[in-house]
Design a protein around this ligand. Structure first.
Ligand code: UDP
Length: 151
């Protein structure tokens, strides 16, 4: 089923100037970028986004980190986009992430793991609406989809 997911290059990825590399990986796979912006995450937004982790040992550090500099927030669309992007991103802890995945290729520590990706359809809907207004998500056709999608 074609659906949408929320992906975010975290402040470490922006500082390391790998936004372009990361976008390329999803484009090459055949997924479609339908929304994107460079932005700062306020403490309020960070706490809402990561509310399931409140009280965990890494929580305070995570909020501090995600608000420490600009992030690049994105909405991607495609077939099974949540599962596919989670696979391309790799395991949460870069030491367990396979080579070839973003976290496997670009980082060393769980606290600086470059990118966020929604982990379910429900999280995707929630996170997209937290970070994007409806008019910031575009609908458009790509002629090349005839070579990507099965007929
Ligand atoms: N995190 C951390 N230490 C941990 C676990 C998680 O710093 O021991 C951070 C890390 O940035 C991770 C985020 O908290 O990406 C959210 O954790 P989650 O388990 O939801 O992983 P994700 O969905 O990002 O792979």
């Amino acid at each position: 089923m074609v659906s949408k997911t929320f992906l975010m290059v975290k402040p470490d990825g922006v500082q390391r100037q790998i936004i372009g590399d990361i976008i390329s990986r999803f484009e090459r796979k055949g997924l479609q970028l339908v929304g994107a912006k460079l932005m700062r995450v306020t403490t309020e937004l960070a706490e809402e986004h990561y509310k399931e982790h409140k009280g965990k040992p890494f929580y305070e550090n995570l909020i501090q980190f995600i608000t420490s500099g600009p992030v690049f927030a994105m909405v991607w669309q495609g077939e099974n986009v949540v599962d596919i992007t989670r696979k391309l991103i790799g395991k949460t802890n870069p030491k367990d992430a396979e080579p070839g995945t973003i976290r496997g290729d670009y980082c060393l520590y769980v606290s600086k793991n470059i990118i966020h990706g929604s982990d379910s359809e429900e999280s995707a809907v929630r996170e997209i609406s937290l970070f994007f207004n409806e008019d910031e998500i575009l609908e458009y056709n790509k002629d090349i989809d005839v070579w990507i999608y099965k007929s």
